[in-house]
Design a protein around this ligand. Sequence first.
Ligand code: GDP
Ligand code: MG
Length: 699
Amino acid sequence: MSKQINVALIGNPNTGKTSVFNSLTGLNQKVGNYPGITVEKKEGICKLPRGVKAHIIDLPGTYSLNASSLDENVVIELLLNKNDKDFPDVAVVVSDVENLKRNLLLFTQIKDLEIPTILVINMSDRMKYKGISLDIPYLEEQLKTKIALVSTRKNQGIDNLKELIFNYKDLSTTPCLNASEIDKDYFDNLQKAFPNQLLYKLWLVITQDVNFGKTDRNEIDAVADFKTKTKADLKRLQQKETIKRYQFINNTLKKGQTIDLSTAKDLRIRLDRILTHKVWGYAIFLVILFTIFQAIYDWSAVPMDFIDSTFASLSEWTKDSLPAGTFTNLLSEGIIPGLGGIVIFIPQIAFLFLFISILEESGYMSRVVFLMDRGMRRFGLSGKSVVPLISGTACAIPAIMATRNIESWKERLITILVTPFTTCSARLPVYLIIISLVIPEGRFLGLGYQALTLMLLYLIGFGAALVSAMILNKILKIKSKSFFVVEMPNYKLPLMKNVALTVVEKTKSFVFGAGKIILAISIVLWFLASYGPGEQFNNAEEIVTEKFASQNLTQEELDNEIASQKLEYSFIGLTGRAIEPAIRPLGYDWKIGIAIVSSFAAREVFVGTLATIYSVGSDEEETIKNRMAGEVNPILGGPLFNFASGISLLLFYAFAMQCMSTLAIVKRETNSWKWPILQLVLMSGFAYVVALITYQILI
Ligand code: GDP
Ligand code: MG
């Protein structure tokens, strides 16, 4: 004679509970509803050796014992009510081998109710395909359970499962997690109040806002009074419980489960294996990056030229058709170029985000982040900082906007703060002209000195970003959780609608966010460059005309000389002269001073400003370069742009924070002036010191 063994099949949705149920019960099953509710109840009989029978019920899928739906309530009500006629003698938790980590959360909860529990790891047929192998004895020991590795599809492991059910009395009922680990005081008190009750069960009863029907009514009511904690506190403790459980599960799986991508056959896994490969992964990423940047440069060139010339002619048109006066000047020389200075960034921003969001949508970006995460973490950055740091070579503005998907605030802030060190395209014209002036043309190991210098400057930029990230990581006392990617999404074709939305949203947020500040500052700088106190500025025309009266200058040459005179005595010019004592130890004169000051609007104006000061009519590089080469150091004699001052200037531009648009975007993204001001002061101060030391050593 034999008693029936009550078996409950429990598990996350789609783990194969119903399939296991069908394998165990065959044709001996019936389907009904739970009393009072329309949740399906499947029951069946499984024949075990020696005439023993098991009564199996297939419970609705549930992710955890923290009920949130009617289906899940069914599971909890059954497990908490010992008097239910279906109360299981043994719980069979069905998990799927591909999602063990998530599945085990429920397992540990059920185990802690001290019900004899068997773990079914289903879909074992997928293991080879996915490169997964399991150390079953180790897992059994850690999880204090018996494991049946099953494939209902291949009909494997079912007999073993039946045998485990038959011998259910041998199962250990030791819990996985000691409930009082969650909050010792609270749980100790709870245990004192209800010495005869299982602690974890009490905890579940307290935290579940469900109707438990007839379940131990009196006890539950008594427990319900034992609410010394607020709802929010209880929620927090529940979260703590979940974290503790995942810690336990992670530790267990670290040794008990190996995923060897090299033996996997899955296409996704094979792709992952290449894309996250220690060598190929980086190589492929570099090629993709290179292609993207080339595309950004190539594709933006045309619209940028178009925007440039449109705003130039608009500005000219305003000047010609409006009555001459301050307002017209403000409009044509301040506001319109200022607006142009915002709009000109749109193509680069739009293209960069087009590519970024395609990479993200396709699932590739997660692989890059995974690949880079380890290395970047050493510097206090996240794998996700790679995108901003590299985008920074085009322009820091879209790069800083691209930090938004870094979850940890500290890592994001550090990324924002160090990104302006990467060599942006605005530094390029400055570098190019100075390098051509002070670096000889020879070659070293087939590499030109000039190209080598340029490459070094890029490396210095990245290096400065990484080192300062490391320092910031030590200094900044910000507590923020560092997340790591747990699951990688599947590869898929990007949804063009999502991509388009990202591009539009980012572009709009740049135009209306940073745009306002850029416009305001350009107007201020325009004012400073267009106005000046005193005779020399106000009577510039007469003074210059008189000065050059004896020489036969063309009207254009004369206009250039006037512009040069005006700039020299404008507020900016005076500032350039005023800071001369400070920059002379760096090897610069006041003309370079003016160029540096106006570079704080945007670095690329360096060359243009010098062209105006040297009153070079056309901005052909040859002409300005010749003028610069001919400049004489007023104190030491010899060329002003020599090796020492050239290198010092290069390094100054490499480190100084000279871009108001970037400052504006940093203010926007950090929602505070503190960080952009800190950047401005620290980076520029550092630049000054480095430039000073360099010049003094080299001279
Ligand atoms: P339930 O939601 O937990 O009841 O899961 P089901 O039994 O309905 O199964 C969910 C899905 O997993 C179905 O598509 C099954 O075909 C599939 N499945 C179940 N068992 C196995 C297995 O052993 N191997 C594989 N490859 N798939 C399985
Ligand atoms: Mg089912």
